[in-house]
Design a binder for this molecule. Structure first.
Ligand SMILES: *Cc1c(COP(=O)(O)O)cnc(C)c1O
Ligand code: SF4
Length: 330
């Protein structure tokens, strides 16, 4: 067994994180974008550019139509106002129990563990709140969970919980371990898609030591995001007896076609990862160009049903504020 505490040296994955593209000009140069394509870029976005090097390396050159380019490059379309769009479409603000605890549904509650992510997805519904939460200290959240025996599951979300150091995660997991009515801890993380090196021995050891059942939900929208390194990293989590599920967002010109949805679902199930949810895009300001209709989503799911085993089909959902669960369409 490795020691529970993190080594004092800066872990390798933090070094990799420093290599992220955060300047639009550098990324445009790297992608060899022509002058005319550069005119479509949003130069100074409020939600800053943040793209891990290995994701940029998988993007096609000199195009804005690549599914990874679309997800991560700020485009002028973000500035197009749409009347149905809101700053906080899922009304997270009104469901806060404490500063970092959100509860919308019975039995489970969600800790916004950090505001930081491995990457910045342009459609993110949290993009209007940089969620300035400090990375350590969940005393109020833990007290609230402790005092509510109806809670059986805690979701570690964010931002991305894997942005936290292993030391901070260890402290949080140990505290959750001590709450008897809690049975499960769920991670919601996109980190392994951008920096699979994050799933190192130290992190795996933290998971192995947790006495609650862990469920690990990743967020992957396109088969290009899954490569051998990513799958290998997730296999290490699966070998601990931890189910790995995937949620994706249905995004126009990223994954709103039959072939991409089928390739994604097949790549996932071939890696033993079960598709969980396919989310309709939340109507957040600046993401209207990603919208796909509910009807189109249902067509895509029906197509999957005709081509894939039942366990490979995600549920098409939307988050409607005030409902006691996600709204499932098919
Ligand atoms: C989506 C969400 C959950 C999880 O819902 P499941 O249907 O259990 O996956 C829990 N809490 C909040 C606040 C959510 O937004
Ligand atoms: S990783 Fe998740 S929380 Fe972070 S920007 Fe992307 S969608 Fe939003």
């Amino acid at each position: 067994m490795l020691p529970l505490c993190v080594p004092s040296a800066i872990p390798f994955w933090r070094e990799l994180q420093r290599e992220n593209f955060t300047r639009i000009e550098s990324l445009a140069d790297f992608l060899e974008l022509s002058a005319s394509l550069r005119l479509h870029l949003l130069k100074d976005p409020r939600f800053i550019l943040n793209v891990p090097y290995r994701l940029a390396a998988k993007m096609a050159k000199n195009t804005l139509d690549d599914p990874l380019v679309r997800q991560f490059l700020p485009l002028l379309e973000e500035e197009t106002a749409a009347p149905h769009m809101a700053e906080d479409p899922v009304q997270d603000k009104s469901f806060r129990k404490t500063k970092k605890l959100l509860q919308k549904y019975p039995g489970r509650t969600l800790i916004v563990t950090t505001g930081a992510c491995a990457m910045h997805c342009r459609y993110c519904f949290r993009k209007n709140f940089p969620y300035e939460v400090e990375t350590t200290g969940y005393a109020a959240e833990l007290a609230a969970i402790h005092s509510d025996p109806s809670l059986t599951e805690v979701i570690l979300s964010g931002g991305d919980p894997l942005s936290l150091s292993d030391g901070a995660l260890a402290t949080l997991l140990l505290a959750l371990d001590k709450i008897p009515h809690l049975k499960r801890v769920r991670f919601h993380s996109r980190f392994p898609i951008g920096i699979p090196e994050r799933i190192d021995d130290s992190f795996l050891n933290l998971l192995a030591q947790c006495r609650k059942q862990i469920i690990f939900v990743i967020h992957c929208n396109h088969p290009k995001e899954l490569d051998t390194d990513v799958i290998e990293a997730l296999k290490k989590i699966q070998r601990l007896g931890i189910p790995v599920l995937n949620q994706s967002v249905l995004l126009h010109k990223v994954n709103d076609d039959e072939a991409t949805q089928l390739q994604l679902a097949e790549a996932l199930v071939n890696a033993g990862i079960l598709p969980y949810y396919l989310h309709l895009n939340d109507p957040v300001i600046g993401s209207g160009h990603f919208d796909v209709s509910q009807q189109r989503g249902e067509e895509l799911i029906r197509y999957l049903q005709q081509h894939l085993s039942g366990y490979g089909i995600p549920r098409l959902v939307r988050e409607i504020p005030g409902e006691l669960s996600k709204t499932v369409y098919i």
